[in-house]
Every structure is written in structure tokens, then in C-alpha cells.
Design a protein around this ligand. Structure first.
Ligand SMILES: Cc1cc2nc3c(=O)[nH]c(=O)nc-3n(C[C@H](O)[C@H](O)[C@H](O)COP(=O)(O)O)c2cc1C
Length: 316
């Protein structure tokens, strides 16, 4: 069993934080589908939370789930992050906090946040220390291998020393973006240097790949692969799926988007999920084009449901 501070996860698997994707809808769907040990939110600006910005509060609105949920905070100011962490601990139902030190987006990096922290180690240490002082909630930190050059041995050691309960590593540099393959060959050496659990991340697209990597790391974070195959967590935990499950899944996806987003945002949300859902599926180009050219949520949802019919054609 994977322990993160005071928390024991039933499965050593985590839905990786993804802006625009791991919103309430995907976390709820992943939780309903089952098999996932921990759900992480989209990255949330500490500053927005500190100011109790209306949109930020909407983004973090909670819901009851079987698996625990963490909120991922980003920012560059230790004091601001500590204040945001205290708000999470006091006012929300989140079970823990993850700190974003991996985001490569230029605007985020320029502000010193995200992977910008990987090239300012005194600040990185101050951020972890300040958040640790502010809350006893389980605390994880998500990094990349380095900014332009590898410094993951040093960053993970600092993160452990400053009191984080686990560290997640996306095995790419900031400068890699998403190019090339994740450097899983470095996992064993990173783990060797740590006492806290190491969660590995990058390019997990199949249950077999995840199970193989779990021989080396304590847990895995799955991002794109969890949208491309919404049943990946269940399959890792040993429960099979059928094509019909995908039919049910896309219907539930449409229903939850409709429930949680106003009309003007629904089509964009459906397209964001669809972009990853098509990966590796035969014949996907044609139906992807249909959905992407669609101007209307109901129409796009109809195309998606046609593409993944239920066995016997019955609507639930
Ligand atoms: C659309 C998208 C949004 C992402 N947003 C975040 C984010 O908000 N915070 C974060 O730490 N990582 C973010 N990531 C990175 C993922 O968490 C993960 O590290 C990366 O996708 C590699 O894992 P994967 O191959 O399993 O997708 C994002 C990735 C994608 C594709």
C-alpha cells in the first residue's frame, strides 16, 4: 500500500494534474470508473485562491469521491503558497496538496512558478518549507528532471528535506516540453536517493507499461493515457473492460459536462477530452474531424455517442 504522509492509498495510481482536463468532470468520471488511488485537480493559482477569486473558487468546488483528492497549487511566492495551503486545509474537502514545479508554459516560468522553480533552488526550498509549516495535510511536489540540465537528484533531495511526503517526477526536462520519450531509465537512481515515496510519470499508455514501472517506483501518475483509455486504472487493478463500457463512458461524459458547465463552455470541454480520447483508435481521424468541425455541443455529443454505441443500441 502506498502511503503519502498520513494517507494510505488503496492503489498506487494517480490521475495526473492536467489543466483543462482534470476538472471536476474527469475526476468524477475517473472515480466512478474505479481503480484510481488518488485524483489531482488542475493547477490552481495560489494567488487566485488567496484572493478568493470567484473563478478559482468555482474551479476547486469539491464533490464526494471514493478516492482521495489533492489540489495542485502553483505560484512562486512562498508566503502566498503557504496562505493558499492554509485555505485548502481549512475550507475545502481536499485530502492533500501537490505543488506544481513542472509546468513548462513560458508565462508561468517567467513568473518564477512551475518549472521556473527548478532553476531557483533556494526559492524551491523556501516554497516547500513554507507550505509544510502552513499545513499538516499530505504534501507532494511534482517536478521535471530539470530545467535545461538534469538536477532532479538535487531537487528531490531538497524536497524531502523540507518535509514533503512524496515526490512525483515527470521524467522529462522543462526544455523537452513533451518531445521524445520520458526517461524512465533514471527512475531507479532517483528512488535510490530518497526515503519518501517516488511517483513516476510520463508516457504510460497501457496497464502493462504501468505494472512494469511499478516494479521500480512506489506509484505512477497517468495523464494523457487516462483520457485515451478511461479504464486504465481499473485495468491496472485487475478489472477488465468491454467496448460497451466506452459507450457508457462517453454518455456519462456528455451528461456531466452538461451538468457542470454553462452552454458556452460545453463544446470546448467536449473537444478537449475528445482530443485525447481518440489517441490510437482505428478510424478515429474521420470522427475526430466531425466532432472538431461541429459548432454545437448537442451535435458533437451525438457524434461521439454514435461512434461509441451501446451494445444492442439501447440508451441508458
Ligand atoms: C493538457 C495537459 C495539461 C497539463 N496540465 C498540467 C498541470 O496543470 N499541472 C501539472 O503538474 N502537469 C500538467 N500536465 C503534465 C501532466 O501532469 C504529465 O506530467 C504529463 O502529461 C506526462 O504524463 P503523461 O504522459 O501520463 O500524460 C499537463 C499535461 C497535459 C497534456
Amino acid at each position: 500500500m502506498l502511503r503519502i504522509g498520513s494517507l494510505s492509498l488503496e492503489q498506487p495510481t494517480v490521475l495526473a494534474p492536467m489543466a483543462g482536463l482534470t476538472d471536476r468532470v474527469l475526476r468524477q468520471l475517473t472515480d466512478e470508473t474505479g481503480g484510481c488511488g488518488l485524483l489531482v485537480s488542475e493547477m490552481i493559482a495560489a494567488e487566485g485562491l488567496r484572493r478568493r477569486n470567484r473563478r478559482t473558487l468555482e474551479m476547486i468546488a469539491g464533490f464526494p469521491s471514493r478516492a482521495p483528492q489533492f489540489i495542485q497549487l502553483f505560484g512562486a511566492d512562498p508566503g502566498g503558497l503557504a496562505e493558499a495551503a492554509a485555505i485548502v486545509a481549512g475550507d475545502t474537502g481536499y485530502a492533500g496538496i501537490d505543488l506544481n514545479m513542472g509546468c513548462p508554459v513560458p508565462k508561468v516560468v517567467r513568473s518564477g512558478a512551475g518549472s521556473g522553480l527548478l532553476r531557483d533552488l533556494p526559492r524551491l526550498a523556501a516554497v516547500v518549507a513554507a507550505v509544510r509549516r502552513a499545513t499538516r495535510l499530505p504534501l507532494t511536489v511534482k517536478v521535471r528532471l530539470g530545467f535545461h540540465a538534469l538536477n532532479v537528484m538535487e531537487t528531490t533531495r531538497i524536497i524531502e528535506q523540507e518535509g514533503a511526503d512524496a515526490v512525483a517526477v515527470h521524467f522529462r526536462l522543462q526544455s523537452d516540453g513533451y518531445a521524445g520519450s520520458a526517461r524512465w531509465d533514471l527512475a531507479a537512481a532517483i528512488k535510490e536517493g530518497l526515503r519518501i515515496p517516488l511517483l513516476g510519470n510520463g508516457d504510460i499508455m497501457t496497464p502493462d507499461f504501468a505494472l512494469e514501472k511499478l516494479q521500480t517506483v512506489d506509484g505512477v501518475l497517468i495523464g494523457r493515457g487516462a483520457v485515451a483509455n478511461p479504464f486504465i486504472f481499473r485495468e491496472i487493478s485487475g478489472v477488465g473492460t468491454s467496448e460497451d463500457d466506452l459507450g457508457m463512458f462517453v454518455r456519462r461524459l456528455g451528461a456531466l459536462i452538461e451538468e457542470h458547465y454553462p452552454e458556452r463552455q460545453r463544446l470546448g470541454k467536449l473537444k478537449a477530452f475528445t482530443r485525447f480520447l481518440v489517441v490510437g483508435r482505428p478510424g478515429s481521424r474521420a470522427w475526430k474531424r466531425r466532432i472538431f468541425l461541429s459548432q454545437d455541443f448537442r451535435q458533437a455529443r451525438g457524434f461521439l455517442e454514435e461512434t461509441f454505441p451501446l451494445a444492442g443500441g439501447n440508451e441508458p
